[in-house]
Design a protein around this ligand. Structure first.
Ligand code: NAD
Length: 495
């Protein structure tokens, strides 16, 4: 079926040219029935070297370097329009690539168009500074691009994470090399096609699917790469940051999460349950911000849990192209195995499976990589299922008695990405939100996003922020100028 959308088959986008990679083959499979989408030869080390050389030339070319911000912005507007025109193709490809519902991939594609438009606007409106002078001179603080930037992205929401890096990096005047994850290479190549069509000068973008240990590692260690913007797991992020430290290269790290959701007895129960289900089970829990630890005030714990379990069992697990589907398949057999290992360990840790825990069986379910939305209770907070990121449709539940123990328990985790708070008392919500170590706090909502609001993690969830006006500056470096205004004889003159 992928033939219908005319994907560039087995071609990588290297320095602005489409050609076969020299690295190991990557196969994309449709998680709903495990049918074959495409096989792509990934990039080799030589391909990466070539892309970096072309990127350096393109970043240094006067025709790009001398463009004024509004001229660079015009490319981003064209890319945004190209994405908007191709939303059907992009969402189709991404659903085939990842198994996410079509509704979700359409929303992600639309958000990617918005991201390019937003950074175009930021680029042409951002101002540089005249700083307060402390002598007879004018001082300017100006911003320059970094040169060649690498973007390394995960498989869970490729079009959105690609756009979040490419748009500000290009707006800032850099060249970018994008390495998507091996389970979802296709939509990033489709984005390259759209960007190429928008007329971005050749060499400013390369898209190199390939292995983390070859392509990813070379991008991190190569002396010509001036920054790596990474979204992925905490273990890989840590190892990458160590290598970046060797060459004193800035990195931004958007990493894993194990986010707490907190429900007080005064919350609007139906709204809260809907928000919790969406927060953990949409995208089949394959979301860095999934609300995977639920804390419910003890006074309502039992009836709340009963309702939550009933609503979880009623969720529609199904094919990603069905409009009624709420929970689609997981990305890959290997990933489902990993999630199931967490559930098995939770059972050994005396957890009670309150809902799900199995593969749904029969009909289409047998062909796809499905897993039931799962709720686990009665586990000790130190158990693996409570501490580690599962990245699947698994929620652990706990009662709480008072604010102090709640805050202690919610913070007792290495991650600090997000937090949800459900209560009608906004003052209390703000008090709790201030005490929770997380980069984003949602109050009476969850998983809402805006490109104009910074996003990132605390603790092991990462370093740096994406999105927002400052997102542009994350791909730039500052330079200061002093311009003499006195014309006076220098004190050392004539000595
Ligand atoms: P991953 O860390 O395994 O891989 C991410 C990317 O890094 C891939 O492109 C991979 O090929 C590459 N990579 C692997 N080894 C590398 C190496 N040695 N050097 C350089 N690059 C290397 O993550 P994943 O399984 O693709 O994605 C899931 C993870 O991503 C989860 O932990 C999730 O929480 C996280 N994530 C975080 C955010 C966020 O914004 N904080 C968003 C989405 C996903």
């Amino acid at each position: 079926m992928l033939d219908k959308v005319d994907m560039p088959k087995d071609r990588l986008y290297i320095g602005g040219e489409w050609r076969k990679g020299q690295g190991a083959e990557i196969t994309s499979v449709f998680p709903a029935d495990r049918s074959h989408n495409a096989t792509v030869s990934g990039a080799s080390a030589a391909d990466v070297e070539e892309a970096i050389a072309r990127a350096q030339d393109a970043a240094d070319a006067a025709s790009w370097k001398r463009l004024k911000p509004h001229e660079r912005a015009s490319f981003l507007y064209k890319i945004s329009d190209g994405i908007s025109r191709n939303i059907d193709r992009i969402s189709y490809i991404q659903t085939r690539d990842t198994g996410k519902t079509l509704g979700e991939t359409r929303a992600l594609a639309a958000s990617a168009a918005g991201t390019f438009r937003y950074f175009a606007a930021v680029c042409e409106t951002e101002e540089e500074k005249i700083t307060p002078a402390r002598g007879d001179y004018i001082t300017l603080s100006r911003w320059e691009p970094l040169g060649v930037v690498a973007a390394i992205t995960p498989w869970n929401s490729p079009i959105a994470s690609d756009a979040q890096k490419l748009a500000p990096a290009l707006a800032a005047g850099n060249a970018v090399i994008l390495k998507p994850a091996s389970w979802s290479p296709l939509v990033s190549l489709e984005l390259a096609r759209i960007i190429d069509e928008a007329g971005l000068p050749k060499g400013l973008l390369s898209v190199l699917p390939g292995s983390g240990s070859v392509v990813g590692d070379l991008l991190v260690t190569h002396p010509a790469v001036g920054k790596v913007s990474f979204t992925g797991g905490t273990a890989v992020g840590r190892s990458l940051a160590r290598k970046a430290a060797e060459k004193l290269m800035p990195v931004s790290l958007e990493l894993g999460g194990k986010s707490p959701t907190i429900v007080f007895e005064d919350a609007d129960i139906d709204q809260t349950i809907a928000g919790i289900l969406f927060g953990i089970f949409s995208s089949s829990g394959q979301s860095c911000i999934a609300g995977s630890r639920l804390y419910v005030q003890r006074s309502i714990y039992k009836p709340f849990l009963e309702k939550l379990i009933a609503r979880t069992k009623a969720l529609r697990v199904g094919h990603p192209f069905e409009s009624s589907t709420q929970v689609a398949p997981l990305i890959h057999e290997d990933h489902r195995n990993s999630v199931e290992r967490f559930i098995a360990q939770a059972r050994r840790d005396r957890g009670t499976i309150l809902a799900g825990g199995q593969r749904p069986a029969g009909g289409d379910y047998n062909e796809g990589v499905y897993l039931e939305p799962t709720i686990i209770g009665d586990v000790a907070p130190g158990a693996e299922i409570c501490r580690e990121e599962v990245f699947g449709p698994v929620l652990t539940v706990f009662p709480f008695d008072d604010e102090d123990t709640l805050i202690r328990d919610a913070n007792d985790n290495e991650y600090g990405l997000a937090c949800g708070i459900w209560t009608r008392d906004v003052v209390k919500a703000l008090r709790i939100g201030a005490a929770i170590k997380a980069g984003t706090v949602w109050i009476n909502t969850y998983k809402q996003f805006s490109i104009s609001t910074p996003f990132g993690g605390m603790k092991a969830s990462g370093m740096g922020r994406e999105k927002g006006r400052d997102g542009l500056r994350a791909y730039m470096q500052q330079k200061s100028y002093y311009i003499d205004t006195s014309g006076a004889l220098h004190p050392w003159a004539g000595l």
